[in-house]
Design a protein around this ligand. Structure first.
Ligand code: AMP
Length: 229
């Protein structure tokens, strides 16, 4: 299977080819058609599986192919547990959208707010954020979340482990009911299921094993030999 087979816009296929991807990973093969079809999605995948592109590529395709639900408002919102993950996800969004007319930015706590406020005032299509800073900036009135068309909860299990459940529930109240919600998590413990039940509509579910990990029953050895042998 190729990225063209997934019916993604040529500008998106070109961007991933320039980055050097040739074949969609299993989570991408499963998730992308379901998201393009407009479904809510529960994705069981860890870092390393290609999950970021699995939600970003179809989000870019959908947002790039229709007018904004509300002019000037944030259209795609990605919530991440940590500033490191948020920065990494937004970098991917920028790479994959470089041939599209969609703008993105990232906001997280632990740094000054002014630069983030100035950037948000210019308007942004896709916002990647950690929950606490998002709420802080929402409280300051610089963020319009009433036009969000697609919400992604990335590493939802970690967000719950870090105590963001109340923040997430507050943010949910600010978003339009009519939206597409994608939730990615390494595990589907009861609190994640409850979150999905409360905030998602008949979600499809896809799951892949972590890549680059051996079954725990496999014993592994490294044996160093010199070049001649
Ligand atoms: P992620 O699980 O989203 O953190 O992605 C893990 C790594 O896989 C990142 O470095 C991506 O750039 C890379 N990656 C994602 N999709 C593909 C693909 N289809 N082919 C090759 N590498 C990929």
């Amino acid at each position: 299977m190729t990225f063209e087979d997934l019916q993604l816009a040529p500008a998106i296929v070109q961007a991933v080819q320039e980055i050097g991807y040739t074949t969609p990973t299993p989570i991408q093969q499963q998730a992308i058609p379901l998201v393009l079809a407009g479904n809510d999605l529960l994705g069981g995948a860890q870092t390393g599986t290609g999950k970021t592109a699995a939600f970003t590529l179809p989000m870019l395709h959908l947002l790039g192919s229709r007018p904004a639900a509300k002019a000037g408002a944030v259209r795609g919102l990605v919530l991440c547990p940590t500033r490191e993950l948020a920065a990494q996800v937004e970098e991917s969004v920028r790479d994959y959208s470089k041939h599209l007319a969609l703008s993105s930015t990232v906001i997280f706590g632990g740094v000054g707010m002014n630069a983030q406020i100035q950037r948000l005032k210019k308007g942004v299509d896709i916002l990647v954020a950690t929950p606490g800073r998002l709420l802080d900036l929402q409280g300051q009135g610089v963020l319009d979340l009433s036009g969000v068309e697609i919400l992604v909860l990335d590493e939802a299990d970690r967000m719950l482990d870090m105590g963001f459940i109340d923040d997430i529930r507050s943010i949910m109240q600010m978003l339009p009911k009519q939206r597409q919600t994608l939730l990615f998590s390494a595990t589907f413990a009861p609190p994640i299921r409850k979150l999905a039940q409360d905030f998602m509509k008949n979600p499809e579910q896809v799951e892949v094993a972590a890549q680059n990990t051996a079954n725990a029953n496999v014993e592994q050895h490294v044996i160093a030999v010199d070049t001649a042998r």
